[in-house]
Design a protein around this ligand. Structure first.
Ligand code: AMP
Length: 223
């Protein structure tokens, strides 16, 4: 099974993606993670990509597209869940051409729907528990609201991550995501307009709700 997943930063895309990957035993291919691996390994590609990533800009297509297509070609026969790519209309077109050229079938495209203000609040509302960073606490999500200043799971002290409070950085990323002319939503709509005829199903998933309810809604729509 081969799946593309779209969703803004703050939509729970990573969480839902991990659940789908696990259920179908897919390779979770994340373009951002591939870049971070290259940067960590000090490769030439990593050095080139780092300057763009540090500025919060997209890495140029001549670096990104061949890198992702190469990883896709070596993916597990079970299939893949591609996350973070495509992020522009050009990337969307190149991916589609490559899949067709390689005879690879795309099965699903998932778009997590979340209004921009809600996504921003969710990021800014995240709180980290001093005892366990995986304890879910968010002052803007009813289901996981902390108890005052304390972790809702264990009562530990809470703090906010500084990069979650950087409004400029959040806005910059969301400007790219919510751009329906050439940005990430344009890439998503490129696939939405082809769904059915293209042989795959386009799933619009409401991003507001609990992790479990969203997961159940999503899994019920996958074979
Ligand atoms: P992410 O982990 O998905 O937030 O990606 C981290 C950074 O990697 C992004 O801010 C971009 O600089 C770069 N990046 C990831 N995916 C792409 C892509 N499809 N096209 C261009 N740059 C990307």
């Amino acid at each position: 099974m081969n799946i593309l997943i779209f969703g803004p930063n703050g939509s729970g895309k990573g969480t839902q993606g991990a659940l789908v990957k696990k259920k179908y035993d897919l390779d979770h291919i994340e373009s951002g993670a591939i870049f971070r691996k290259h940067i960590g390994g000090g490769t030439e590609l990593g050095l080139k990509a780092k300057e763009y990533i540090d500025r919060g800009e997209l890495v140029p297509d001549d670096i990104t597209i061949p890198m992702v297509l190469d990883v896709l070609q070596g993916a597990s026969p079970n299939g893949w869940l591609l996350d973070g790519f495509p992020r522009s209309i050009v990337q969307a077109e190149k991916l589609w051409e490559a899949l067709k050229a390689d005879g690879v079938k795309l099965d699903y495209v998932i778009e997590i729907l979340l209004p921009r203000e809600v996504a921003k609040n969710r990021i800014m509302g995240r709180r980290l528990c001093a005892n366990d960073p995986n304890h879910p606490n968010n002052i803007f999500i009813d289901a996981i609201k902390p108890n005052g200043d304390s972790c809702r799971v264990c009562g530990g002290a809470l703090s906010a991550r500084s990069d979650d409070q950087d409004e400029d950085a959040i806005d910059k990323r969301h400007n790219i995501y919510y751009d329906t002319d050439t940005g990430t939503l344009a890439a998503a709509y490129f696939y939405k307009n082809m769904a059915g005829d293209g042989g795959f199903t386009y799933i619009e998933l409401e991003g507001e709700g609990t992790i479990d309810s969203i997961k159940e809604t999503l899994l019920a729509q996958l074979d």
